[in-house]
Design a protein around this ligand. Structure first.
Ligand code: ADP
Ligand code: MG
Length: 250
Protein backbone atom coordinates (compact mmCIF):
# COMPACT_ATOMS: atom_id res chain seq x y z
CA UNK A 1 0.00 0.00 0.00
CA UNK A 2 1.30 3.46 -0.81
CA UNK A 3 2.38 5.33 2.27
CA UNK A 4 1.72 9.01 2.75
CA UNK A 5 4.83 11.05 2.31
CA UNK A 6 3.43 13.76 4.52
CA UNK A 7 6.09 13.43 7.18
CA UNK A 8 8.47 15.15 4.81
CA UNK A 9 8.93 18.90 4.86
CA UNK A 10 6.77 21.09 2.67
CA UNK A 11 3.10 21.97 2.70
CA UNK A 12 0.44 19.40 3.59
CA UNK A 13 -1.92 20.94 1.04
CA UNK A 14 -0.83 22.92 -2.01
CA UNK A 15 -2.94 24.30 -4.83
CA UNK A 16 -1.13 25.89 -7.74
CA UNK A 17 -2.97 27.86 -10.40
CA UNK A 18 -6.05 25.66 -10.23
CA UNK A 19 -8.74 26.18 -12.87
CA UNK A 20 -12.17 24.62 -12.81
CA UNK A 21 -15.40 25.32 -14.68
CA UNK A 22 -18.90 23.93 -14.56
CA UNK A 23 -19.97 24.19 -18.18
CA UNK A 24 -19.35 27.76 -19.22
CA UNK A 25 -19.15 28.95 -15.60
CA UNK A 26 -15.57 29.54 -14.44
CA UNK A 27 -15.62 28.63 -10.75
CA UNK A 28 -11.91 28.48 -9.90
CA UNK A 29 -9.82 30.94 -11.85
CA UNK A 30 -6.18 30.35 -11.00
CA UNK A 31 -6.44 29.48 -7.31
CA UNK A 32 -3.20 28.98 -5.38
CA UNK A 33 -2.65 28.49 -1.66
CA UNK A 34 -0.67 26.32 0.70
CA UNK A 35 -1.28 24.90 4.14
CA UNK A 36 1.66 23.90 6.32
CA UNK A 37 1.58 21.09 8.87
CA UNK A 38 -0.32 22.18 11.96
CA UNK A 39 -1.67 25.25 10.22
CA UNK A 40 -5.32 26.30 10.16
CA UNK A 41 -6.50 27.99 6.98
CA UNK A 42 -9.92 29.63 6.82
CA UNK A 43 -11.54 30.21 3.45
CA UNK A 44 -14.08 33.01 3.50
CA UNK A 45 -16.08 34.78 0.82
CA UNK A 46 -19.51 35.33 -0.58
CA UNK A 47 -21.83 32.53 -1.58
CA UNK A 48 -20.87 31.29 -5.03
CA UNK A 49 -17.25 32.52 -4.86
CA UNK A 50 -15.90 28.96 -5.23
CA UNK A 51 -15.04 28.07 -1.61
CA UNK A 52 -16.72 24.65 -1.51
CA UNK A 53 -15.39 23.75 -4.93
CA UNK A 54 -11.83 24.59 -3.85
CA UNK A 55 -12.25 22.43 -0.74
CA UNK A 56 -13.78 19.55 -2.71
CA UNK A 57 -10.89 19.62 -5.17
CA UNK A 58 -8.50 18.91 -2.28
CA UNK A 59 -10.24 15.57 -1.67
CA UNK A 60 -10.77 14.96 -5.42
CA UNK A 61 -14.53 15.14 -5.06
CA UNK A 62 -14.12 17.44 -8.06
CA UNK A 63 -11.59 17.11 -10.85
CA UNK A 64 -9.74 20.13 -12.17
CA UNK A 65 -8.97 21.31 -15.69
CA UNK A 66 -5.51 22.68 -15.10
CA UNK A 67 -3.12 23.49 -12.31
CA UNK A 68 -1.64 21.26 -9.67
CA UNK A 69 -2.84 19.98 -6.32
CA UNK A 70 -0.77 17.99 -3.88
CA UNK A 71 -2.09 16.73 -0.54
CA UNK A 72 0.10 14.85 1.94
CA UNK A 73 2.46 13.97 -0.87
CA UNK A 74 -0.33 12.66 -3.13
CA UNK A 75 -0.55 14.27 -6.57
CA UNK A 76 -4.28 14.89 -6.52
CA UNK A 77 -4.21 16.47 -9.97
CA UNK A 78 -2.88 13.22 -11.43
CA UNK A 79 -5.91 11.40 -12.91
CA UNK A 80 -4.28 8.06 -12.07
CA UNK A 81 -3.97 8.81 -8.36
CA UNK A 82 -5.39 5.98 -6.23
CA UNK A 83 -8.18 7.74 -4.36
CA UNK A 84 -8.12 5.29 -1.48
CA UNK A 85 -4.66 6.44 -0.39
CA UNK A 86 -5.70 10.09 -0.59
CA UNK A 87 -8.95 9.55 1.32
CA UNK A 88 -7.09 7.80 4.14
CA UNK A 89 -5.14 10.99 4.74
CA UNK A 90 -7.98 13.49 4.36
CA UNK A 91 -11.02 13.84 6.63
CA UNK A 92 -13.89 15.95 5.39
CA UNK A 93 -16.94 17.17 7.28
CA UNK A 94 -19.86 18.89 5.58
CA UNK A 95 -22.81 20.95 6.66
CA UNK A 96 -24.97 17.79 6.67
CA UNK A 97 -23.64 15.15 9.02
CA UNK A 98 -24.88 12.03 7.15
CA UNK A 99 -24.66 9.63 10.07
CA UNK A 100 -26.28 6.27 9.38
CA UNK A 101 -29.65 6.46 11.21
CA UNK A 102 -29.91 2.71 11.84
CA UNK A 103 -26.51 2.47 13.54
CA UNK A 104 -25.54 3.62 17.01
CA UNK A 105 -23.01 6.40 17.33
CA UNK A 106 -20.33 3.86 18.21
CA UNK A 107 -21.22 1.70 15.20
CA UNK A 108 -21.19 4.77 12.96
CA UNK A 109 -17.68 5.56 14.12
CA UNK A 110 -16.35 1.99 13.94
CA UNK A 111 -17.63 1.37 10.42
CA UNK A 112 -14.86 2.92 8.33
CA UNK A 113 -11.93 1.89 10.56
CA UNK A 114 -13.16 -1.74 10.36
CA UNK A 115 -14.25 -1.89 6.71
CA UNK A 116 -11.73 0.49 5.12
CA UNK A 117 -8.70 0.18 7.38
CA UNK A 118 -9.22 -3.43 8.44
CA UNK A 119 -9.05 -2.62 12.15
CA UNK A 120 -10.17 -5.25 14.63
CA UNK A 121 -13.56 -4.46 16.14
CA UNK A 122 -12.21 -4.19 19.70
CA UNK A 123 -9.54 -1.77 18.55
CA UNK A 124 -12.09 0.27 16.60
CA UNK A 125 -14.31 0.46 19.69
CA UNK A 126 -11.36 1.69 21.70
CA UNK A 127 -10.76 4.42 19.12
CA UNK A 128 -14.47 5.30 19.03
CA UNK A 129 -14.43 5.84 22.81
CA UNK A 130 -11.35 8.01 22.55
CA UNK A 131 -12.61 10.26 19.72
CA UNK A 132 -16.08 10.56 21.23
CA UNK A 133 -14.44 11.67 24.46
CA UNK A 134 -12.48 14.20 22.46
CA UNK A 135 -15.69 15.79 21.14
CA UNK A 136 -17.48 15.57 24.50
CA UNK A 137 -19.81 12.69 23.60
CA UNK A 138 -18.26 9.96 25.73
CA UNK A 139 -21.71 9.07 27.09
CA UNK A 140 -23.44 8.72 23.69
CA UNK A 141 -21.84 5.52 22.40
CA UNK A 142 -25.10 3.57 22.40
CA UNK A 143 -27.38 6.39 21.25
CA UNK A 144 -28.84 6.57 17.77
CA UNK A 145 -28.32 9.73 15.70
CA UNK A 146 -31.97 10.81 16.02
CA UNK A 147 -31.57 10.86 19.82
CA UNK A 148 -28.88 13.54 19.51
CA UNK A 149 -29.21 17.27 18.92
CA UNK A 150 -27.90 18.73 15.67
CA UNK A 151 -24.79 19.99 17.42
CA UNK A 152 -24.15 16.58 18.96
CA UNK A 153 -24.66 14.87 15.60
CA UNK A 154 -22.18 17.21 13.98
CA UNK A 155 -19.67 16.52 16.76
CA UNK A 156 -20.22 12.78 16.20
CA UNK A 157 -19.54 13.34 12.49
CA UNK A 158 -16.27 15.05 13.38
CA UNK A 159 -15.41 12.14 15.70
CA UNK A 160 -16.13 9.73 12.86
CA UNK A 161 -13.57 11.54 10.73
CA UNK A 162 -11.04 11.64 13.56
CA UNK A 163 -11.35 7.88 14.04
CA UNK A 164 -9.67 7.47 10.64
CA UNK A 165 -6.67 9.44 11.96
CA UNK A 166 -6.42 11.82 9.00
CA UNK A 167 -3.40 14.01 8.32
CA UNK A 168 -5.61 16.95 7.42
CA UNK A 169 -9.23 17.85 8.15
CA UNK A 170 -11.48 19.80 5.81
CA UNK A 171 -14.60 21.54 7.13
CA UNK A 172 -17.23 23.07 4.88
CA UNK A 173 -19.54 25.42 6.79
CA UNK A 174 -20.13 22.74 9.39
CA UNK A 175 -22.26 24.98 11.59
CA UNK A 176 -24.44 26.65 9.00
CA UNK A 177 -27.31 24.14 9.33
CA UNK A 178 -27.35 24.47 13.13
CA UNK A 179 -29.43 26.69 15.35
CA UNK A 180 -27.26 29.51 16.70
CA UNK A 181 -27.26 28.08 20.25
CA UNK A 182 -25.69 24.85 18.94
CA UNK A 183 -22.90 26.32 16.84
CA UNK A 184 -20.67 27.15 19.83
CA UNK A 185 -20.22 23.55 20.95
CA UNK A 186 -19.15 22.50 17.44
CA UNK A 187 -16.78 25.45 17.00
CA UNK A 188 -15.21 24.65 20.38
CA UNK A 189 -14.43 21.13 19.20
CA UNK A 190 -12.75 22.48 16.06
CA UNK A 191 -10.84 25.01 18.13
CA UNK A 192 -9.56 22.21 20.38
CA UNK A 193 -8.43 20.26 17.33
CA UNK A 194 -6.55 23.32 16.14
CA UNK A 195 -4.92 23.72 19.54
CA UNK A 196 -3.92 20.05 19.36
CA UNK A 197 -2.00 20.73 16.16
CA UNK A 198 -4.41 19.32 13.56
CA UNK A 199 -3.85 20.67 10.06
CA UNK A 200 -7.15 22.10 8.87
CA UNK A 201 -8.80 23.90 6.00
CA UNK A 202 -12.18 25.32 6.91
CA UNK A 203 -14.73 27.17 4.89
CA UNK A 204 -16.63 29.27 7.38
CA UNK A 205 -18.89 32.27 7.63
CA UNK A 206 -18.18 32.53 11.35
CA UNK A 207 -15.90 35.53 11.12
CA UNK A 208 -15.13 35.82 14.82
CA UNK A 209 -14.17 32.16 14.86
CA UNK A 210 -11.98 32.52 11.76
CA UNK A 211 -10.24 35.52 13.30
CA UNK A 212 -9.54 33.63 16.51
CA UNK A 213 -8.58 30.20 15.22
CA UNK A 214 -7.15 30.62 11.73
CA UNK A 215 -3.43 31.12 11.17
CA UNK A 216 -4.22 32.35 7.71
CA UNK A 217 -7.25 33.60 5.83
CA UNK A 218 -8.02 33.14 2.16
CA UNK A 219 -10.69 35.51 0.91
CA UNK A 220 -12.19 34.18 -2.31
CA UNK A 221 -14.00 36.35 -4.79
CA UNK A 222 -15.15 35.37 -8.27
CA UNK A 223 -13.12 32.17 -8.23
CA UNK A 224 -9.88 33.88 -7.27
CA UNK A 225 -7.87 34.23 -4.08
CA UNK A 226 -8.64 37.91 -3.88
CA UNK A 227 -6.77 38.57 -0.67
CA UNK A 228 -4.81 36.37 1.75
CA UNK A 229 -2.81 36.83 4.91
CA UNK A 230 -3.01 36.50 8.69
CA UNK A 231 -6.28 37.21 10.47
CA UNK A 232 -5.27 40.88 10.69
CA UNK A 233 -6.33 41.32 7.04
CA UNK A 234 -9.88 41.31 8.38
CA UNK A 235 -9.05 44.40 10.44
CA UNK A 236 -7.34 46.22 7.59
CA UNK A 237 -8.52 44.87 4.22
CA UNK A 238 -6.53 46.01 1.21
CA UNK A 239 -9.24 45.40 -1.32
CA UNK A 240 -12.62 47.08 -1.54
CA UNK A 241 -14.22 43.64 -1.95
CA UNK A 242 -12.89 42.27 1.35
CA UNK A 243 -13.69 45.54 3.10
CA UNK A 244 -17.25 45.27 1.86
CA UNK A 245 -17.49 41.57 2.78
CA UNK A 246 -16.23 42.17 6.33
CA UNK A 247 -18.45 45.23 6.65
CA UNK A 248 -21.53 43.32 5.54
CA UNK A 249 -21.21 41.16 8.63
CA UNK A 250 -21.49 37.98 6.54
P1 ADP B 1 -19.33 28.70 -2.40
O1 ADP B 1 -19.02 27.48 -1.62
O2 ADP B 1 -18.32 29.79 -2.27
O3 ADP B 1 -20.72 29.22 -2.12
P2 ADP B 1 -19.32 26.91 -4.68
O4 ADP B 1 -17.92 26.44 -4.83
O5 ADP B 1 -20.29 25.98 -4.04
O6 ADP B 1 -19.32 28.33 -3.96
O7 ADP B 1 -19.93 27.26 -6.10
C1 ADP B 1 -19.30 28.16 -6.99
C2 ADP B 1 -20.16 28.28 -8.22
O8 ADP B 1 -20.19 27.04 -8.90
C3 ADP B 1 -21.61 28.66 -7.94
O9 ADP B 1 -22.05 29.52 -8.95
C4 ADP B 1 -22.31 27.33 -8.00
O10 ADP B 1 -23.64 27.50 -8.39
C5 ADP B 1 -21.52 26.59 -9.06
N1 ADP B 1 -21.52 25.14 -8.86
C6 ADP B 1 -21.05 24.48 -7.78
N2 ADP B 1 -21.14 23.15 -7.94
C7 ADP B 1 -21.69 22.95 -9.17
C8 ADP B 1 -22.03 21.79 -9.94
N3 ADP B 1 -21.83 20.56 -9.47
N4 ADP B 1 -22.56 21.99 -11.16
C9 ADP B 1 -22.75 23.23 -11.65
N5 ADP B 1 -22.44 24.36 -10.99
C10 ADP B 1 -21.93 24.23 -9.77
MG1 MG C 1 -20.09 26.46 -0.17
Amino acid sequence: MSQPTSSSAGPVVALRDVHKSFGSLKVLDGVSFEVARGEVLAIIGRSGSGKSTALRCIDRLETIESGEITVCGHRVSDPKLPLRALRLDVGIVFQSYNLFPHLTIEENICLAPVTVKGRRRAEARETARRVLGQVGLGDKLDSYPEQLSGGQQQRAAIARSLAMEPQVMLFDEVTSALDPELTGEVLRVIEQLAAGGMTMVMVTHEMGFARRVADRIVFMHRGKVWETGPATILEAPETAELRQFVGSGL
